[in-house]
Design a protein around this ligand. Structure first.
Ligand code: SAH
Ligand code: SF4
Length: 367
């Protein structure tokens, strides 16, 4: 079984030629996949019926992501989906829309994709980390999440403008499938989104960051730092292991030198843990003069004892970074009321439905 969404355009060409078809059949398939978003091979009406039958007989498929659950924020700008993959495991993907300031124009539509089912990194404040690791996702499953939302956006007259690898899982721990997904999504004959419109977020696997830098892609990199010193970081990211905060900063510098893309450091602000003015000063000393950008994410409380800091503390933390010359933003809080922290929806839903998951998986609700 090969999912057509797995094949890069060159591979698609090889495949159709091997099946005795003219080369242009590949373009017909690619056009259908990335402009029409079919849910099955029989929906690719651009192809002659005989060739569709050959594809089916040879075991080609179009993977189905089935919607198990959909939640929308009150303003309608954030939509979070619980999708079931072919083997019925539930995963999360999110759409965040940012309305244009001008009267006319399209909203920015960012899709947040998952790369693993669960995660082995065990970050103590993260719902995905708490569920443990189940399996890596295939490139076509990552691309499938984008296509699922592209279909929804198409009906609204909108399109996907940005993709962030910030859903469930650690993308650099699933390196080759993540890179294949990036290639499929950015290939001009594939989904065709600009490399600069993609960001990969990593907990900081150094070897993966260096490997990514060598790919010479123009994608953005975000490193989840969360603490200015090793002791605190190891408490929050128990699997940080031997890579120190200094190692992460240096890996970020190497990425910048090789790609020319500035690195963002993500920092989940947790009340009473890493949000004090002293820690903010430490962060300034650590990052001063290296041109990096800090994205503060006030915690989305999940299981565990961690809380979101007060607005006042967040503003104070930001002010210290700003006065210290650190380029800094606070992530716009989107979808807090719909369990928007990664892994949270799946946890909430699984808790709610408990052992009844099979029931919702078998319910082919079509939205
Ligand atoms: N594994 C990667 C990408 C997925 S997590 C990583 O850790 O970078 C994407 C971002 O969401 C990370 O910066 C992570 O720290 C953050 N995050 C996870 N749980 C969160 C929570 N409960 N509240 C706020 N941010 C959270
Ligand atoms: Fe995994 Fe990222 Fe969650 Fe850590 S924050 S457990 S690396 S998904």
């Amino acid at each position: 079984m090969t999912d057509l969404y797995r094949l890069l355009p060159e591979e698609m060409e090889r495949m159709v030629v091997e099946l005795g078809q003219p080369r242009f059949r590949a373009d017909q398939i690619l056009y259908a996949l990335y402009y029409k978003f079919p849910k099955s091979i029989s929906e690719i009406k651009q192809l002659p019926a005989t060739f569709r039958e050959i594809l089916l007989a040879k075991g080609f498929t179009i993977g189905s992501t089935k919607e198990l659950h959909r939640v929308k924020s009150k303003d309608g700008d954030t939509m979070k989906l619980l999708l079931s993959l072919n083997d019925k495991v539930p995963i999360e993907s999110v759409l965040m829309q940012y309305q244009p300031k001008k009267l006319f124009g399209h909203p920015r539509s960012t899709i947040c994709v998952s790369t693993q089912v669960g995660c082995a990194m065990g970050c103590v404040f993260c719902a995905t980390g708490q569920m443990g690791f189940e399996r890596n996702m295939k490139a076509e499953e990552i691309v499938g999440q984008v296509i699922h939302f592209a279909r929804i956006l198409y009906e609204r007259g909108h399109h996907v403008t940005n993709i962030v690898f910030m859903g469930m899982g650690e993308p650099l721990a699933n390196y080759s499938e993540t890179i294949r997904a990036v290639q499929l999504l950015t290939h001009p004959r594939g989904f065709g989104i600009g490399q600069r419109n993609i960001t990969i977020s990593t907990i900081g696997i150094i070897s993966g960051i260096d490997r990514l830098a060598d790919e010479k892609l123009q994608i953005g990199l975000a490193i989840s730092l969360h603490a200015p010193n090793d002791k605190l970081r190891q408490r929050l990211v128990p699997t940080a292991g031997s890579s120190s905060v200094k190692d992460l900063i240096n890996a970020g510098k190497r990425y910048f030198v090789k790609t020319g893309r500035r690195v963002t450091f993500e920092y989940a602000l947790i009340e009473g843990v890493n949000d004090s003015p002293e820690i903010a000063e430490d962060l300034v000393r650590l990052l001063r003069n290296n041109g990096s950008h800090v994205n503060l994410i006030p915690l989305n409380p999940t299981a565990g004892d961690f809380e979101r800091p007060t607005r006042k503390n967040v503003i104070e933390f930001e002010r210290i970074l700003y006065n210290g010359g650190i380029n800094c933003t606070v992530r716009v809080e989107k979808g807090t009321e719909i369990s928007a922290a990664c892994g949270q929806l799946r946890t909430d839903i699984l808790d709610k439905y408990n052992n009844e998951l099979n029931k919702i998986q078998n319910n082919d609700r079509d939205f």
